[in-house]
Design a protein. Structure first.
Length: 173
């Protein structure tokens, strides 16, 4: 499944150029991916699309009078005013799925502000929808990239470099 997701990300990273699911399924099968892997990846993508649509924040400026009233109904969540910092507690099954390295990576991204709460929840939801205990670091990085992709965003350059870096094949200078 992750090879299919990587192919989709690499070829349709703009998001706008990605064909609808039936056309994408035909294309992926024609490229040579296993039909079971394609279906599994497309179901995962469809669930990501639904989850992202439900969690995407509206670009509202609460300082403007009436800004909150202008929000169209049922279009994402409106951010709550900032309060005391919160702490995300990972369940035992989430910890097992992420493994120690993945858990450290996700908490690191959250601590530097690269993975805000809403994106963290999307990453966790989509990581839990994968197979494998624990999920590999490369697959987890792809999940993070796909979350940004589904929201029509691109991570900043340093984060993008970290997400695309494969330390297993890197040569030391």
């Amino acid at each position: 499944m992750f090879e299919v997701l990587a192919f989709v990300y690499e070829n349709y990273w703009g998001g706008d150029s990605c064909p609808e699911l039936p056309a994408l399924q035909r294309k992926l099968t024609a490229v040579g991916f296993d039909s079971h892997e394609v279906v599994q990846a497309l179901l995962w993508l469809e669930d990501l699309k639904s989850a992202a649509r439900g969690r995407h924040r509206l670009p509202l400026d609460p300082a403007k009078p009436g800004a909150m009233d202008a929000a169209p109904p049922n279009r994402g969540t409106v951010p709550w005013p900032a309060s005391a910092p919160s702490m995300r507690i990972f369940t035992a099954s989430e910890q097992n799925r992420l493994g120690l390295a993945g858990w450290g990576f996700v908490t690191f991204l959250a601590s530097i502000g690269a993975l805000p709460d809403d994106r963290m929840e999307l990453v966790m939801e989509r990581a839990m929808a994968t197979s494998g205990n624990p999920i590999s670091m490369e697959d987890l990085k792809l999940v993070v990239l796909m979350v940004y992709w589904s929201l029509g965003e691109q991570p900043d350059a340093l984060l993008f470099d970290e997400l695309c870096d494969n330390r297993l094949v890197r040569l030391a200078n």
